[in-house]
Design a protein around this ligand. Structure first.
Ligand SMILES: *Cc1c(COP(=O)(O)O)cnc(C)c1O
Length: 466
């Protein structure tokens, strides 16, 4: 920053050297008392040259921009971001005496509308900074326990075990329940492939069954039909924020002595009969990938009400190392730990989780209001309080054209997951008919679930297709 400071009265050549000294391409102009009186960018310099200034000419007050943006020491980050724009990307920060002490740089995104985007507007940066400054950047540090406690509390579950991502959460759950070679695990045909992969990596056999046509979630009747004497567990997936019929599934599990591992990676905060998803099964698994309802960048968590399972998962997460005797291993474990930096983001997200869920809900309402002539929507059941992961539209217009037209307009609309049954690596695990999954997947899209959706643009795209 020192190199970017320029004393008024020196030559344009010296000013150019100053601008050129830093990648940001800006000079902070000071008077004799080191008070900041303006800024000059490489763009300003080009314009000055076109206006006929000479390099050996003196840079004077009347060369300065009349107005420039700056910030005072101590202004919070939201304020700083607000002061920037696509044009003003760098703003100087001054102290009480108007001396420049630092600068702030922010790149506003182009008008591309992604399908999802994390909201990191709370204490995320502050807590991450705190974690870094504390030097506890691996998997010890205060944020891990805090995040585990606040998230498990939020879900109404006794224990939370934070892990590196949602996929290993499922793997850890399977391992902690002793599921392995030869065991069968029933999963839905419509899900993100991680559900199936975790089962396969446990050397168990996924048994893929169809979903219900109305909820898009695993069909309990199909579960019953698929049960054999090798079946050990069911993994219901709360797809796109929709809770599975947990009452029926828990009943089936009890009757057949099976474990239930909830894949709640897409449903933080959803409830079935007023009880949060993630608190029903023997273990439940969440993901905190950047596009999920709350995020830690990469991350996941296993929840359980069982003290034994909690302890087992903690040992397995940490190389299988004995909790009392360092470097002593009684089981073959994994390194599935979450870092304190990730957990710091998680803690900040937990402070805002209710608001995040609420605003996603509102966005879906908005979609329903604006785009119902082109889409049907994910069903709302009276006894299930779904959350919005990604807004789901069931196309009444041609899906392929919609996706490609949206792409041409810089809007990311995604097709639903392909049914596992359509991919050759999973085909052999399919049980029975899976017509519903195929049908739903064909017509479903995920619409941008981000603030500031340009509904007018979307409507005009849809209208032109119609
Ligand atoms: C995202 C997701 C996962 C995997 O989570 P990662 O954190 O990406 O590993 C698992 N299951 C479902 C249903 C998901 O949507």
């Amino acid at each position: 920053m020192e190199k970017s400071r320029f004393l008024i009265g020196k030559s344009f050549k010296e000013l150019l050297q100053c601008i050129n000294a830093v990648p940001a391409g800006i000079a902070f102009i000071e008077d004799e008392n080191q008070k900041l009186i303006g800024v000059f960018t490489d763009g300003d310099f080009r314009r000055a040259l076109l206006n006929g200034v000479e390099l050996n000419q003196e840079f004077k007050h009347d060369h300065l921009n009349e107005e420039f943006v700056y910030a005072m020491k101590g202004e919070d980050i939201q304020n700083l971001i607000k002061k920037t724009s696509k044009k003003v990307r760098i703003i100087p920060i001054v102290n009480e005496s108007q001396n420049i002490i630092d600068y702030f740089r922010y790149e506003h995104k182009t008008h591309f509308t992604p399908v999802a985007e994390p909201s990191l507007k709370g204490n995320e940066l502050e807590y991450v900074t705190d974690a870094v400054l504390s030097t506890w950047i691996s998997s010890s540090g205060k944020y891990i326990g805090e995040f585990e406690d606040s998230f498990s509390n939020f879900c109404g579950s006794k224990y939370g075990v934070a892990v590196s991502n949602g996929t290993v959460a499922i793997h850890l759950a399977l391992k902690a329940l002793g599921i392995g070679s030869g065991d069968e695990v029933i999963i839905p045909n419509l899900t993100f492939a991680a559900t199936a992969n975790a089962v396969i990596h446990s050397n168990a056999v996924p048994v893929i069954v169809d979903v219900e046509l109305d909820s898009w979630c695993i069909n309990p009747d199909q579960i019953v039909k698929a049960i054999t004497n090798k079946t050990k567990a069911i993994i219901p997936v709360h797809l796109y924020g929709q809770p599975c019929d947990m009452e029926k599934i828990m009943e089936i599990a009890k009757e057949h002595n099976l474990f239930v591992i909830e894949d709640a990676a897409e449903a933080h905060g959803a409830t079935f009969e007023d009880k949060k998803v993630g608190s029903w099964g023997h273990i439940s698994c969440f993901s905190f990938f950047a596009n999920k309802i709350i995020t830690t960048g990469e991350g996941g968590m296993c929840l359980t009400n069982s003290k034994t399972l909690n302890e087992k998962m903690r040992v397995l997460r940490d190389h299988g190392m004995d909790k009392k005797k360092k470097y002593w291993h009684e089981v073959v474990g994994f390194n599935y730990r979450m870092t304190n930096i990730q957990a710091a983001i998680g803690c900040a997200q937990m402070e805002r989780i209710d608001g995040i869920i609420e605003s996603r809900n509102k966005l879906e309402q908005e979609y329903k209001k604006m785009l119902s002539s082109f889409f049907d929507w994910q069903k709302k059941f009276v006894d299930r309080d779904k959350v919005v992961w990604l807004v789901c539209g069931v196309c009444k217009i041609d899906k392929k054209t919609l996706i490609s037209e949206a792409k041409n307009n810089q809007i990311d609309i995604r097709p639903f997951f392909y049914p596992l049954s359509e991919m050759s690596i999973y085909k052999k695990y399919v049980f029975g008919k899976v017509d519903n999954s195929v049908k739903i997947s064909k017509v479903g899209v995920n619409l941008p679930t981000v603030p500031n959706v340009d509904f007018e643009k979307l409507i005009s795209i849809c209208e032109s297709i119609k």
